[in-house]
Design a binder for this molecule. Structure first.
Ligand SMILES: [Ca+2]
Ligand SMILES: [Ca+2]
Length: 337
């Protein structure tokens, strides 16, 4: 049930039309999801918007990766497999430590503990925890890390990872992969060692459901180097709300006045830039009664006018003007009947 609900949410985009120069968008709570983030990276429950355009907020469900922070090291709880060779003990006749050979990996709190040429650095999770440390080999399309994850159909997922180079040579080129299909752009690690970088991609499961292998695949074919650390792998359902915002300006009405006329007054002449094609004008007298005969006002007084843009529906502030009607002189000898 949840999966279909998420799908409906994910494909829907609200359109918010507002009269004015800004509006506030507000996120909502999605049960079981947290870590709210807006398109601009902010994490408040609402976002102030001052230009038309497309916006989104997103919350993330529970991480499905079993040991994404690499706390567990024993074979029963490690939670993943690799096409490289797991090393926990010394390397006979090796130069530099237990990861001296290409195509080996281990879990440790410091790359330098495993290879004397690897940088000394802390993990991403806490700075003192464990990370996956890899002496990558020069073979492309090798699975560095993989775990079978149960996915729901028609659900959006986020797949993210933190990567650091532990050796400046030939930085790692990794690829997200789901069910053997490459996903997103290549994860290009830095030539600077010891700096954690965040990589993320999204995936819609479509008709896929059940247990699928999700993986990080090595695409580097450099002979030496290609040595890196991985930490805090997340694969989680994600709910994103897309919001299309249209901000329409408020019309600004300007009137001339005070206005005088003999007999009757066409009050549309008081409207600066009178444009009945674009606007609907509403004229009221001082009692608040709408005047329909705007072309021939016969009563002196204060009149209030608003203009509404016919296309956007946005209405100006009410503006007042005064009209002074001067009675026409009555011809002598003729009495009003
Ligand atoms: Ca960690
Ligand atoms: Ca290597």
């Amino acid at each position: 049930m949840r999966a279909s609900r998420i799908f409906m949410y994910a494909v829907s985009a609200d359109t918010v039309k507002v009269c004015g120069s800004s509006t506030t968008l507000t996120s909502s709570t999605v049960s079981g999801y947290s870590n709210l983030i807006w398109n601009d990276g902010s994490t408040n429950t609402s976002l102030n918007v001052t230009s038309s355009g497309d916006y989104w907020w997103q919350v993330t469900g529970t991480n499905a990766v079993a040991n994404g922070d690499f706390t567990n090291t024993s074979s029963g709880t490690r939670g993943f497999t690799s096409s490289y060779t797991y090393k926990t003990s010394g390397c006979n006749n090796c130069c530099c430590g237990i990861l001296s050979l290409e195509g080996t990996y281990s879990i440790n709190s410091n790359p330098n503990n495993l290879h004397t040429n690897f940088v000394s650095m802390g993990d991403h999770t806490t700075g003192t925890g464990n990370m996956l440390i890899v002496n990558g080999a020069s073979t492309a399309n090798v699975t560095v890390w993989t775990e079978n994850i149960t996915v729901q159909a028609n659900t959006d997922y986020v797949f993210s990872v933190w990567v650091a180079s532990v050796n400046p040579q030939a930085p790692a080129q990794l690829q997200f992969s789901i069910n053997g299909v490459p996903l997103g752009s290549t994860i290009q690690a830095s030539t600077t060692t010891g700096v954690w970088q965040y990589f993320t991609t999204t995936w819609n499961s479509g008709s896929n459901s059940g247990s699928l292998p999700i993986a990080l695949v090595n695409q580097n074919i450099a002979a030496s180097g290609n040595d890196f650390a991985v930490d805090d792998i997340v694969f989680a359902p994600v709910y994103r709300k897309n919001i299309h915002v249209v901000l329409n300006p408020l019309p600004v009405l300007s009137l001339t006045g005070p206005n005088s006329a003999c007999g009757t007054y066409d009050i549309t002449k008081a409207i600066v830039g009178y444009d009945p094609t674009t606007y609907t004008y509403v004229v009221k007298n001082s009692s608040g009664t709408v005047i329909t005969n705007t072309g021939a006002i016969s009563q002196s007084g204060t009149y209030t006018i608003t203009e509404q843009n016919k296309l956007t529906g946005c209405t100006s502030a009410a503006v007042q003007t005064t009209v002074n009607i001067i009675p026409n002189p009555v011809k002598p000898g003729i009495s009003p009947s």
